[in-house]
Ligand binder design. Structure first.
Ligand SMILES: Nc1ncnc2c1ncn2[C@@H]1O[C@H](COP(=O)(O)OP(=O)(O)O)[C@@H](O)[C@H]1O
Ligand SMILES: [Mg+2]
Length: 299
């Protein structure tokens, strides 16, 4: 008789699943007197390392979708139906809709982080940048030694283009662009697999906005996290996204590569949206990622 032995763990770690997040038939309703279905039957897949742009006019449901994915929606918003699955590289599939409060707390920031609309005003005014970055590490990486926390906070800050001397600063001592970079550093600190950015640069002037976007693309190239980048600014999305989803009145009406959305839009609303930006119908501006992926074909 032979004994069955457990197979030895493979020498090479298994490759992580190519898709990191799947949203299936998600519907989110604001249960007010006249209920508003802000997200209608939305399905999408986010590939590992991909930048997915989400575009659509104000009020179409972008923020509601982002909050629901991170389970940050609050009453009167409720998820009426659908599934959200996170394909974790270590723990396999996580059904986000069934995570308990403690599991959610561990999940957020660690595996999926979010930079909110107006996040730069979310920094605590009475503690230093260092204290706020180290706080995230104390909570999520309790095993880390103080010196390691200090070093990691400083190096992530540098990664987003802020000098480590700024660790000692308070929010009011920083420009808007710098504050937003600090928020991005916080979102990157635990090396999440997905980062959702909801209009992260809208409040900034155009030059600072460009610099930060260039930084995000560079960091993605370096760290390979996936991004859902939300904005009403379609020209900007064409520059930085691998794929773009077009949202209209709660529905995703078209989702395709940035090149196809630009060159060969299918839905009438996508065509209308493209037509509403004069810069897109004339000469194309220079692209942030010139020579990379679809941008090369677009320019
Ligand atoms: N707390 C709320 N109660 C009722 N309706 C809401 C609430 N928040 C948002 N909505 C509605 O949900 C829709 C989508 O809003 P939102 O997700 O903020 O859109 P976007 O981010 O694309 O501008 C809008 O029609 C908005 O009026
Ligand atoms: Mg919004």
């Amino acid at each position: 008789m032979t004994l069955t032995v457990n197979p030895a763990s493979p020498a090479v770690p298994p490759t992580p699943p190519p898709v990191v997040l799947t949203v299936q038939n998600l519907t989110v309703v604001y249960e007010v007197e006249r209920p508003v279905t802000a997200v209608k039957n939305v399905s999408l897949e986010l590939a590992r390392g991909e930048i997915l742009g989400l575009a659509g006019e104000s009020g179409c449901g972008k923020t509601t979708l982002a909050y629901a994915i991170n389970r940050l929606h609050k009453p009167p918003a409720s998820i009426a139906s659908g599934e959200i699955t996170f394909h974790d590289k270590a723990d396999g599939d996580l059904n986000l809709l069934t995570l308990g409060a403690e599991q959610l707390r561990m999940f957020r920031w660690d595996k999926l982080s979010m930079v909110f609309q107006g996040a730069m005003n979310a920094l605590n005014p009475v503690t230093t940048v260092r204290a706020q970055l180290e706080d995230v590490l104390t909570t999520h990486r309790p095993e880390m030694k103080k010196a390691e926390r200090r070093e990691l906070a400083a190096s992530v800050l540098q990664l987003v283009g802020v000098d480590r001397s700024r660790l000692a600063s308070y929010a009011h001592e920083l420009s808007g662009g710098m504050r937003q970079r600090v928020m991005i550093a916080m979102a990157l600190l635990l090396e999440p697999q997905v980062m959702i950015m909801d209009e992260p640069t809208t409040a900034l002037d155009v030059v600072v906005q460009r610099e930060i976007l260039r930084e995000i693309v560079r960091l993605r190239d370096e760290l390979n996290f996936a991004v859902i980048f939300i904005t009403h600014d379609l020209p900007l999305l064409l520059e930085i996204s691998d794929r773009i989803a077009i949202m209209l009145a709660g529905e995703i009406v078209e989702i395709d590569t940035a090149t196809n959305i630009y060159r060969n839009p299918q839905h009438p609303y996508t065509k209308k949206l493209l037509g509403s930006f004069p810069s897109l119908t004339g000469e194309r501006g220079s692209f942030i990622r010139s020579g990379v992926n679809n941008s090369a074909e677009l320019s």
